[in-house]
Design a protein around this ligand. Sequence first.
Ligand SMILES: [Ca+2]
Ligand SMILES: [Ca+2]
Length: 219
Amino acid sequence: MSKAKSRIAVALLLLCLTAPGLRASELLINGSFELPVIPTIDQEFAAPSTDIVGWAVTERTVNINRTSAIFGTAHDGDQMLDINGSNNGTIEQSFATSIGGEYLLTLYYANNPNPSMASPSYDADVTLFGTGTLYTEFITHSGSTAADMEWTFLSHQFAADSTTTTLQLRSRMLGFNGVVFDSVSIVEVPEPGALTLILPGLVAAYMWRRARRLPRTTG
Ligand SMILES: [Ca+2]
Ligand SMILES: [Ca+2]
C-alpha cells in the first residue's frame, strides 16, 4: 500500500472512532447521585431545590442516602436517591434531544431498606416528557434489605419529539421510605445510517492492517 493510501486509511479509521452518533455519550448529569457528597448517611432536599447537581427537586422532599448498615449499598458509587425524603418527592432533569432521534433510558431501582417506618411495598413513576408524555412506567418494589438491595433494572427506548426532553422520577406514596434510584442514564441510540457511512472506513482500516502484516509474514 502506498504512503498516500495508508494516510487515507488512518484518516478513515480516526473518523470511525470519533464519528458523532457512534459513541454513546451520556446525556444526564449526575445520574448516579454522587454529587453533592453528603456529610452524613442521609440528607433531605426540599422543593424547590437544584442542590442535587443536574437535578431539580420539584415537589416536596427527596433524600440522598449513602451506603451504610441502615440504607444498604448504592448500585454505583456511594450514594443513591430515595424518592421519599420525609414525604413523597419528585425530581426532574431535562436534556437536549433531536426531534425523531432514538434514545435509551436505563436505571436501577430498589427500595429504602430502613426497617424504621417500613411499608409492605414502595411505588413510584418513571416518566419522560417531550411535547407530551412520551413514556410512563409505574414501578413497585419490595424486599430490599441492607445486605441485599435486590436492585432491579429498567430500560426503555424512545423517540424524542422535541429539542428538550425531561425525565421525571416521582413517588407514589407517603412516608419516610421510598423507591431508591441509582445509575440513571440516557444515551442516544446510533442510527443505522451512521453505521452504513462508517463501514467503508472500517474495511479500509482492515485492508491497511492486512497490507502491513503481509510483507512481514512473507519476508
Ligand atoms: Ca450512585
Ligand atoms: Ca427517606
